[in-house]
Design a protein around this ligand. Structure first.
Ligand SMILES: Nc1ncnc2c1ncn2[C@@H]1O[C@H](COP(=O)(O)OP(=O)(O)OP(=O)(O)O)[C@@H](O)[C@H]1O
Ligand SMILES: O=P(O)(O)OC[C@H]1O[C@H](OP(=O)(O)OP(=O)(O)O)[C@H](O)[C@@H]1O
Ligand SMILES: O=C(O)c1cccnc1
Length: 481
């Protein structure tokens, strides 16, 4: 079996809809879908978009091979051979626009737009959401951790607790984009060129007669990168004193002990005492790593307690986004091709106002205040509108709170969506992960600290243009006269 073929990495209902479009002859009708999420995760003030590289890789390799076709034939007797033949010839021929990875993104702002034959656009919904939702979630969680320890080294240790192998490597990459410095996962290092780091486990100590011997042997084996786990028996009575002995052995050879790792107990108290012991033994350069179910709240708390920790190893809480294990990103049809070949806007109505979709093919602009250089708002306009593109005065119109409406005069507007595929052709050069990480860091500076803060952040302004709002109201009234 070919484990790497992702053509059926989709929900069965997509293939059923594709089949029904094929049966009724509407498969080639064009459609526009937009992907976005409605609510920020973790109560954060922003999310960090990630997942595009994986999406591109998926689209590039989309192929219904013989094995897949045979499986579908067995699965569903109703599927006619002509449909299966259509799938056999499947390739993506549409257009995809997306925000670059590392961009800060906000609720209800389209972050991916797919314009394609409905047959194609429908198939890829599930995979696009799967990649975007997970990676954006982990990048956002990692960004929160980075916020509380902006000057410390952050190591991603989550693979053993991740929801399987793909989550481990793509999660490691998402964490790196958001400012982590390295991962323990070597495959992530190989695949994405991100730095890797590692200490050793308790098993190394347990495999020797004494802790002292274990440390010395480890230092002998890897003298240039010795990091010792000091809590196997007793951190302060045995682990740290033995680490100091090893540090002396290393110095005698002209080498340096890099760090010790604390993995249990009161990390604030123990780190302070370990720091004092290392300093008074003449090893101020030895860093202290901490691990043990850490997250942004614990790290912030440990810092408030004066913990002397230089490096944070973060696993389970990050890679599983433990406090919110899913981002609710969605993919909604916003326009369909009508009989004349024009796009007709469509809406999804819900009893819950937050769930009513924004109809029409739209363009999103990030408006940067020319005086401060800071982002003021994201402005969602219909594709046909010119104002934001041309820098004309813009009404930031808030129907729920009209007193918040204001007109923006002196601004630069940046189009958020970039061409990724044009008529089936990949036109976007995927940036190296280092460049994405640097881009993300620069993007953060565009936002005021009140929006970036971890707790009760200020809400960033998202505005529909007057025309986009009027279109929404028009369609609502059509269905609810
Ligand atoms: N000073 C501290 N303040 C708040 N939380 C702490 C502090 N020190 C450690 N913690 C956190 O408390 C939780 C439990 O720590 P504890 O020392 O009980 O570890 P443990 O996992 O039970 O130890 P072991 O690994 O030996 O079983 C961990 O998430 C740890 O990171
Ligand atoms: O705690 P996390 O943030 O997930 O970080 C990774 C954990 O993985 C290792 O533990 P190990 O697998 O030996 O199990 P443990 O949880 O019992 O320490 C390591 O010592 C960390 O404690
Ligand atoms: O290198 C480490 O210390 C490490 C790696 C994975 C999980 N826990 C710790």
């Amino acid at each position: 079996m070919n484990y790497s073929n992702l053509s059926l990495h989709t929900d069965k209902y997509q293939i059923n809809m594709m089949y029904a479009h094929w049966v009724q002859g509407s498969l080639n009708k064009k459609a526009v879908f937009e992907a976005y999420f409605r609510k920020l995760p973790f109560g954060n003030g922003y999310a960090v978009f990630a997942g595009l590289e994986r999406i591109v890789h998926y689209i590039q390799h989309l192929k219904f091979d013989d094995e897949v076709i045979d499986y579908l034939r067995q699965q569903e007797e109703a599927y006619q051979e002509g449909f299966l033949e259509e799938l056999r010839n499947f390739r993506f021929t549409g257009c995809i626009r997306a925000v670059p990875e590392g961009t800060l993104v906000f609720p209800n702002v389209p972050i991916i737009r797919v314009e394609a034959r409905i047959f194609e656009a429908q198939l890829i919904e599930t995979a696009i959401l799967n990649f975007m939702n997970y990676q954006t979630l982990i990048a956002t969680k990692a960004s929160r951790i980075k916020q509380v320890a902006p000057h410390d080294m952050l190591l991603e240790f989550g693979t053993r607790r991740a929801q399987e192998a793909d989550a481990a490597v793509w999660g490691a990459r998402a964490a790196y984009i958001a400012g982590f410095h390295a991962t323990s996962n070597l495959r992530a290092g190989l695949l994405f060129g991100i730095p890797t780091k590692g200490t050793h486990a308790h098993a190394w100590i347990q495999a020797h007669d004494t802790e002292e011997e274990a440390f010395a042997k480890f230092a002998e084996a890897l003298p240039d990168q010795v990091s010792l786990l000091v809590d196997t028996y007793d951190t302060l009575k045995s682990g740290v004193p033995n680490a100091i002995k090893t540090a002396k052995l290393l110095e005698a050879k002209g080498k340096k002990l890099q760090s010790i790792r604390l993995d249990s107990g009161d990390l604030a108290l123990i780190s302070k005492e370990a720091r004092a012991m290392l300093d008074s033994a003449g090893f101020p350069y030895v860093k202290i790593i901490a691990s043990n179910d850490l997250d942004e709240n614990l790290i912030m708390n440990l810092k408030a307690q004066g913990a002397r920790i230089d490096v944070w190893g973060v696993g389970t809480q990050l890679i599983t986004a433990a406090d919110q294990p899913s981002l609710g990103g969605i993919y909604k049809l916003v326009a369909k091709e009508n009989k004349d070949g024009d796009y007709q806007p469509v809406i999804k109505i819900s009893g819950n106002p937050e769930k009513v979709s924004n109809p029409g093919v739209k363009e999103t602009y990030r408006l940067l205040n020319r005086q401060s250089g800071r982002a003021e708002a994201d402005y969602i306009a219909l594709g046909s509108e010119e104002e934001a593109r041309e820098g004309a005065p813009l009404l930031l119109f808030d129907p729920a709170t009209p007193y918040r409406s204001k007109t923006l005069h002196d601004y630069d507007s940046v189009r958020l969506l970039h061409d990724i595929y044009v008529n089936g052709e990949l036109v976007y050069e995927l940036p190296a992960v280092e460049a994405i990480r640097a881009y993300h860091e620069s993007q953060l500076t565009l936002f005021r600290p009140e929006i970036r803060r971890m707790l009760n952040p200020e809400e960033y302004r998202i505005t529909l243009s007057r025309k986009a709002w009027d279109l929404k109201m028009e369609l609502i009234h059509e269905y609810h006269p």
